[in-house]
Write a protein of this length. Structure first.
Length: 125
């Protein structure tokens, strides 16, 4: 499902354990620095294709991870605008209202989403 949002994020390069699509939420772990988020993991940000601001740009082979700002993110619904989001399986995020620990919130939903799986605009905290 294509998403046309122009990313307005602050991103930093990290070494991922495999190639991930933009919109994938990630957490520390895996065989390198970061891996896709998992159920009850601590997501730190979202893979982005065109961040507005880039840190650690000299890191060879790294992937930009949005650590602040507005970006598209893979989600499982339902989600209401304003919901806190936590990392979930396969690099998706879910609403804290569905299942999750409030201490693991890494982002806020900027729009409603009433389907099972898709991509929405979020704000990484």
């Amino acid at each position: 499902m294509p998403y046309t949002l122009k990313e307005t994020s602050l991103a930093e390069k990290y070494i991922t354990d495999q190639v991930y699509d933009p919109g994938t939420s990630v957490q520390i772990g895996g065989s390198n620095e970061v891996t896709q988020s998992a159920f009850h993991g601590r997501a730190i940000g979202v893979v982005v294709a065109e961040p507005a601001y880039m840190m650690n740009s000299d890191l060879e082979g790294g992937t930009y991870i949005a650590i602040k700002g507005r970006v598209p993110c893979k989600v499982y619904g339902p989600i209401s605008k304003g919901d806190g989001l936590v990392g979930h399986n396969f690099g998706h995020a879910i609403s804290i209202n569905v299942d999750g620990d409030p201490l693991l919130i890494f982002a806020m939903a900027l729009e409603d989403f009433n389907d099972t799986e898709g991509i929405i605009e979020i704000m990484v905290l």
